[in-house]
Design a protein around this ligand. Structure first.
Ligand code: ARG
Length: 475
């Protein structure tokens, strides 16, 4: 059933209807559409456009529809074009002609923009909570391995020893930035387009400010033309979800490497790995690989929407209907990946002995020699040169740095006294990295304490936002 009978003498052709139709994917906006309709109804009533008798009937039918949509008792049919027309059909089936009253002062253009914002806020709150759960899993693993040394890498080559808890905690920092981005996204997303009508506002005595407040938005849009065509919040949500996906993919890559036989650092749990249909010995880190792979899809959704928006004239154009599937897909994808990665992180066992054995190898303590010389007032460039000579000599003699003889040390540089061996240990190297954010045990303990309080603050912030949102939805 189309919403525009009057000036048309023909029904849309089948191909037109098929291409126009969005109800099979935008149906998930139904609860938000109904909630926004309640807010719009309240304004139509308080401004006297609807009698309280008619309003009460419509309110009753909307409340019924909320229940019926939730239970599945009411859903779209083959003739519905989109969620808005399907729900108007639902109202009309219950109320007859007065079911069409809510279209007064409202267009699908402001309606869909409002619904999509409400949906995105709801979905983003879920993503924030799942991200926090992953951070908590990373933090408890970081605690578990806070005292476990391992070699750290740059360019995938042995660089300097680090504590493995430091490696794990770094990912929680990345997600802190994502949560910060989400928090910031709320500022621009919490703006209500309702009341903008098709593009120009309304001649009816509506109150966009009142509907904005009723729906929990911080404010009402300042320009009705912008309001119906602004999808910045969609593009930004797709960017934020891409960043989360990108961070997940980097975890995935590390897990894949750490789980190789060659590394042998990570033992992924049976519950979070998969087997092979032909090779009985295989235990594959598929969750890590899917985390890595899904990031591509998330970035694809972002580029698709940005490309659709590029050069699009204001105000509403039907191109905008293409904003939904990528947004839904990105939220759905993360809702699958985040819990799987959280489970994988919590149930992975790391081999302390193998990691500790790696820590001093590949001459990862060479920087200690340079720093030792700098403390003896040797300019860093000369100190670096001398440390490099120590590595060349050790490599030549197939010995470790601490095995270089006193005579060889002093011939390389007079300041290389035998007490250099005091810093040529993994423990010494770790203990000396005391700068803020460094890997020394004390610095790591402080880092973990700060991280935990930051994650708790995010948890409190997003649970307050979630409570406010559910309160609004059930009001
Ligand atoms: N299904 C449409 C969308 O998702 C709703 C808005 C349609 N508006 C219009 N003027 N045809 O964008």
């Amino acid at each position: 059933m189309s919403l525009w009978g009057g000036r048309f003498s023909e029904e849309p052709a089948d191909a037109v209807f098929a291409l126009s139709r969005s109800v099979h994917f935008d149906w998930r906006l139904a609860p938000y559409d109904l909630r926004a309709s309640l807010a719009h109804l309240a304004v139509l009533e308080s401004s006297g456009l609807l009698t309280s008798e008619v309003s009460a009937k419509i309110r009753g039918a909307l409340l019924e529809l909320i229940e019926e949509v939730a239970s599945g008792a009411f859903t779209y049919n083959d003739t519905d074009e989109d969620v808005h027309s399907a729900l108007e059909r639902g109202l009309t089936e219950k109320l007859g002609e007065i079911g069409g009253s809510l279209r007064a002062g409202r267009s699908r253009n402001d309606q869909v923009a409002t619904d999509l914002r409400l949906y995105a806020i709801d979905a983003m709150l879920g993503i924030a909570q799942m991200t926090i759960a992953l951070q908590q899993a990373l933090l408890s693993k970081a605690d578990e391995y806070a005292d476990a040394p391992a070699v750290g890498f740059t360019h995938m080559q042995h660089a300097q020893p680090v504590l493995f808890g430091h490696e794990l905690a770094k990912h929680a920092h990345a997600f802190n930035r994502d949560l910060d981005r989400i928090d910031d996204w709320f500022i621009r997303t919490s703006v209500s387009p309702l009341g903008s009508g098709a593009l120009a506002g309304s001649s009816l005595p509506l109150s966009p400010e009142a509907t904005a407040a009723a729906l929990g938005f911080k404010k009402s849009a300042g320009n009705s033309i912008d309001a119906v065509s602004d999808r910045d919040f969609v593009a930004e949500a797709l960017f934020v979800t891409s960043m989360i996906g990108m961070h997940l993919s980097r975890i995935g890559e590390e897990w894949c490497i750490w789980a190789t036989t060659e590394f042998g650092w990570a033992q992924v749990s049976d519950s979070h790995s998969t087997g092979s249909s032909i090779m009985p010995q295989k235990k594959n880190p598929d969750m890590a690989e899917l985390a890595r792979g899904k990031a591509g899809r998330l970035v694809g959704n972002l580029t698709g929407v940005l490309t659709m928006l590029k050069g699009l004239p204001f105000a509403y154009n039907r191109d905008l209907q293409e904003d939904k599937e990528p947004l839904f897909d990105s939220f759905d994808t993360l809702a699958l990946v985040l819990p799987a990665v959280t489970g994988m992180v919590s149930t992975t066992h790391f081999d302390r002995a193998r990691m500790a054995a790696s820590a001093p190898t590949g001459y990862s303590l060479a920087t200690e020699i340079a720093d030792f010389l700098v403390r003896a007032h040797v300019p860093f460039a000369s100190a670096h040169e001398a440390a490099g000579k120590c590595v060349a000599l050790a490599e030549n003699k197939k010995i470790e740095l601490h095995e270089i003889s006193d005579a060889d040390l002093s011939s390389i540089h007079p300041a290389l006294t035998p007490d250099i061996r005091g810093v040529l240990t993994v423990e010494g190297a770790l203990a000396s990295r005391t700068t803020y954010g460094g890997t020394a045990p004390a610095a790591l303990a402080r880092q973990l304490a700060i991280l935990k309080s930051e994650v708790s603050a995010f948890e409190a912030n997003f649970s307050a936002k979630s409570n406010a949102f559910s309160g609004m939805m059930s009001a």
